[in-house]
Ligand binder design. Structure first.
Ligand code: NDP
Length: 297
């Protein structure tokens, strides 16, 4: 029997991930806070539209959550309609939220009291990667539990890596995204000053991308999203702000001096405040442009 799955959180990345689960033919129930999104999803797939988290989980071997933050996941656990009412002993919660390690550990502890396994399994690769089933998945938790749910993860993930105990997937994801934030900000500053100095962004990127300063930001994000002025909304700045904040918190908890991460976290907090909840992460460049009085094109 193929494992049955419940998917909770059909947002920008959750929806295409759940689509991959549905396309693989696994029995699937979907729940979303705004229920019309789950209803629309069920209308175009064979998935069952669940009315509550408990209802989604009732037949599921594997429950997947993909929400903005770990506290959002905690908020679904309790009460008559909560996940803990629906999940059975021996089943697994796979949390694909880019969460924080300490809350992940607390969730794992609560589930263990009821005989339910937990892994944190944040993803990378963006909406395009999710649509293609090509996400990287960083897993924290028991390796044997990962092996049990691997066939489900393989419906949307390509590179699936066991990182260590519960919380390690979240820690690694936070650091990865902290690097993304550093790269976006530093490339933005560099291209802004070059524009002022008379070097066009196209020429600058042509050289940088054949040199040692290149990054995913310079190779993909700036050419596709900034120079075109397209700025598609695929990953909210609010979520990147959250991620670098998690990395900065972990550094503080571990008593590691990490001045660059702490400073970049402050910059992204400012950008988030200035650009709002719906802005895409790459729109941060608009703030850098505003400060420099120049447009990167
Ligand atoms: P979105 O903001 O697009 O969607 C968030 C989803 O969570 C929606 O389904 C929303 O429901 C639901 N939600 C929000 N708050 C709550 C809550 N308190 N209780 C229940 N449901 C809630 O986020 P993404 O899909 O972009 O991101 C989801 C996670 O994946 C985040 O942790 C993000 O950092 C991570 N991620 C995102 C990537 C991307 O490219 N977008 C890439 C890699 C990781 P509703 O429809 O009601 O608003």
């Amino acid at each position: 029997m193929p494992p049955s799955v419940a998917f909770l959180g059909l947002g920008a990345i959750g929806r295409p991930m759940a689509m991959r689960v549905a396309a693989a033919g696994l029995p699937l129930a979907v729940w979303n806070r705004t229920s019309s999104r789950a209803r629309d999803f069920a209308a175009v797939t064979k998935a069952r539209h669940a009315s509550t988290p408990a209802d989604a989980a009732r037949d599921a071997d594997v429950v997947i959550t993909c929400l903005p933050t770990s506290p959002d996941v905690v908020s679904l656990l309790d009460g008559d309609h909560g996940l803990l009412r629906g999940m059975r002993r021996g089943t697994t919660l796979v949390d694909c939220t880019s969460g924080d390690p300490s809350t992940a550990q607390r969730i794992a502890g609560r589930l263990a009291e009821q005989g339910i396994d937990y892994i944190d399994a944040p993803v990378s690769g963006g909406v395009g990667g999710a649509e293609k089933g090509a996400l990287t998945i960083m897993v924290g938790g028991d390796a044997a539990v990962l092996e049990r749910v691997r066939p489900v993860l393989e419906t949307f993930g390509q590179k699936i890596v066991h990182c260590g105990g519960v919380g390690t997937g979240s820690a690694l994801k936070a650091v990865n995204n902290a690097l993304l934030a550093v790269h976006i900000w530093s490339a933005g500053e560099g291209l802004a000053l070059l524009a002022k100095a008379g070097v066009s962004a196209r020429v600058a990127l042509d050289v940088i991308n054949a040199s040692s300063g290149r990054s995913n930001s310079s190779m993909n994000l700036f050419p596709e999203r900034v120079l075109t002025r397209a700025f598609p909304r695929t990953f909210r700045l609010a979520l990147l702000d959250k991620d670098i904040g998690i990395a900065a918190d972990v550094a503080r908890e571990e008593r590691i001096p990490a001045p660059l991460l702490q400073f970049t976290a402050s910059l992204f907090r400012v950008a988030h405040g200035a650009l709002g909840e719906e802005a895409d992460h790459v729109e941060t460049v608009k703030l850098i442009e505003q400060w420099a009085g120049v447009e990167i094109r």
